[in-house]
Design a protein around this ligand. Structure first.
Ligand code: ADP
Ligand code: MG
Length: 589
């Protein structure tokens, strides 16, 4: 058995490289971070063969003198941390002092750097061993060239993907830092071709347009909020624009690009059931908080963080994003609605259940409120007096006024920006969904005891679900008891759904629950599915006359929901014909 010995630095660097350097994009990330830490105003990234052959990152930052340049290539050499306490409040992107030596250990590496005053230095490193050191001249700044990545780590080199894949990761990395630093010029070339040239931008919005294009950027909704020491700002994509790819999601904590479950979860919650399943709304999120409240030293690639007060950060993010989604900016225009959104994939069962539900049951209690049979539906313009300036919706500047009901199915309304067309069924469904879910979360669902309990004979698969999920159903206000054999007795239903035949309601819910059992998906997902299904069943349908007051009430209720633009299945609820579009159509513009 050989004796234990301490590994030499060269070997240590190669091992560290295994963690720090995964692919060309990780090299780009480390080098761009170093340039930003060196206060660069312009950063150029040049790649060849997706970065597999060569990566060059050049900046006009403060540069290094000869001694520092040599030291920078040593392991754990950093200018960014001095004392133990510094680690608790890191304000720079780097701090571990291992990126340069790690990258140099697995590539053909060249560092050229010129400080503000004095001579510059060029250092070549071949697979971790320092070679030629030369004096150079030039403007201050640093250029790092990384050739033949993983030249001496064949196992890693084998795992590199084809150039286009590696390139797309690197492009994303550059885009991400460009968004985090609108004031810095970013350029990216690949095999000599320019892919990105983002001159210093006035603000975040302009930079987002440079990176993602003017059109998509113009549809993003800004948010900016602060709560208890946590500042949250950025842009949220509209649910209707959600894409099946995640690459328009950028999360930053104190300027550092991160992946983080707490933040991701907050975003998912903010969107609720508004974006179609399996699709990702665009989001650019900056969280700013006291560096002492966040640990960035969790992972060698520094892409993960840990929050001291995770739930505070979570809620601040959720609320900020949700407020953006509730804004009228989230309402899509007619031209933007695809007849069949590619990303929309409500499970076929839900669609079927929706169809079934619509065929059969009667209007529920809340529908009555909208209907108020005394007054006939209106088609005339609404007198000003009808606008109640004290309504909560009006107070939030989000009021829409009904003008008419079209085919007893769609509400025609106007708001500050144009004409709205609202699908009354899905609008009501959204309102019920949010109220019902909130009540269920606090175990506070108002129930209607049945004067005459209803017994239902179930199939065995339904019976299994009914028995297993009896507690969750009770929480949702659907109260039943086994009644011998395959029969159960329904004693109470949620008050809002009391007009739905209880057996039909329960069967519909059991069908959904059979596909989404709490054991497999967690109770939260099951609850959402059931709440969605019950809301759909109880919501007013199309071909249902509404009074003007009823329409106003529904619109007000809708605009107070977290997301008035898409229903819990991800279908659009409303769209807007803007005044500008109208004027264009009539050639008034
Ligand atoms: P870290 O960034 O964690 O300190 P690195 O290995 O990435 O570790 O860099 C080591 C040191 O080299 C940095 O602390 C910094 O002082 C210096 N350095 C690296 N890149 C640059 C650059 N582009 N401009 C100026 N100094 C740099
Ligand atoms: Mg660094």
């Amino acid at each position: 058995m050989p004796r234990i010995h301490v590994l030499d630095d060269h070997l240590i660097n190669r091992i560290a490289a295994g963690e720090v350097v995964e692919r060309p994009a990780s090299v780009v990330k480390e080098l761009v971070e170093n340039s930003l830490d060196a206060s660069a105003r312009a950063i150029d990234v040049a790649l060849e063969d997706g970065g597999r052959r060569r990566i060059v990152v050049s900046d006009d930052g403060q540069g290094m003198d000869r001694d520092d340049a040599l030291l920078a290539l040593e392991r754990h050499a950093t200018s960014k941390l001095a004392a133990f306490e510094d680690l608790d409040a890191i304000a720079t992107l780097g701090f571990r002092g291992e990126a340069l030596p790690s990258i140099a250990a697995v590539s053909r590496f060249r560092l050229r750097t010129v400080p503000g005053a004095g001579a510059g230095t060029e250092i070549e490193v071949r697979a971790g061993r320092i070679g030629a050191v030369r004096e150079i001249a030039g403007a201050h700044g640093t250029s790092v060239e990384v050739g033949s990545l993983f030249v001496n780590v064949p196992a890693r080199r084998k795992f590199l993907k084809a150039a286009p894949t590696e390139l797309s990761h690197a492009v994303r990395t550059v885009g991400q830092y460009a968004i985090a630093h609108p004031e810095v010029r970013f350029r990216l070339t690949h095999d000599g071709r320019g892919l990105l040239d983002a001159p210093p931008a006035r603000d975040l919005a302009e930079r987002v347009a440079q990176i993602h294009g003017r059109e998509p950027a113009s549809k993003l909704i800004p948010f900016d909020a602060r709560s208890g020491g946590v500042a949250v700002r950025g842009f949220a994509g509209r649910p209707v624009d959600a894409s099946p790819r995640r690459d328009t999601q950028h999360l930053f904590v104190n300027g550092r690009a991160v992946t983080d479950r707490v933040l991701s979860h907050a975003i998912v919650e903010a969107y609720g059931n508004t974006a179609p399943r399996g699709s990702f709304p665009a989001i650019i999120l900056f969280v700013e908080l006291d560096p002492a409240q966040v640990d960035v030293n969790v992972h060698p690639r520094k892409s993960e963080v840990r929050f001291a007060r995770a739930s505070q950060v979570h809620d601040a993010v959720r609320d900020a994003v949700a407020s953006a989604l509730a804004s009228t900016l989230a309402v899509p225009r007619l031209a933007e609605l695809r007849p069949e959104p590619a990303a929309w994939s409500a499970p076929a069962s839900t669609v079927a259940a929706l169809g079934r539900a619509l065929e059969h049951f009667d209007a529920g209690e809340p529908s009555r409120a909208y209907r108020a049979t005394a007054a006939p539906p209106v088609a005339a313009a609404v007198p000003r007096g009808l606008l109640d300036p004290d309504s909560p919706a009006a107070a939030q500047g989000r009021r829409a006024t009904p003008l008419a009901q079209y085919r007893e199915s769609y509400i025609v309304a106007q708001d500050a920006e144009g004409i709205l067309l609202v699908d009354q069924h899905v609008a009501h469904e959204r309102v019920l969904f949010e109220r019902y879910l909130a009540a269920a979360e606090t175990d506070d669902v108002p129930v209607q005891r049945l004067l005459f309990p209803v017994t239902v004979e179930l199939r065995s698969d339904e019976m299994i679900v009914a028995e297993a999920e009896i507690e969750e159903f009770r929480r949702l206000g659907v109260v039943y008891e086994p009644f011998g054999g395959h029969t159960i007795r329904i004693d109470a239903v949620p008050a809002f759904a009391k007009e739905v035949a209880p057996d039909r309601l329960l069967r519909g819910l059991l069908g959904e629950a059979g596909k989404t059992r709490s054991a497999a998906t967690g109770v939260a997902e099951l609850r959402r599915v059931l709440v969605t299904s019950a809301s759909c069943q109880a919501a007013i349908k199309v071909n249902y006359a509404l009074t003007r007051e009823g329409m106003q009430q529904l619109l007000d209720d809708l605009f107070l929901t977290q997301n008035p633009t898409t229903c819990p299945h991800g279908r659009p609820i409303l769209f807007r014909l803007t005044l500008e579009e109208i004027e264009r159509a009539f050639r008034r513009r």
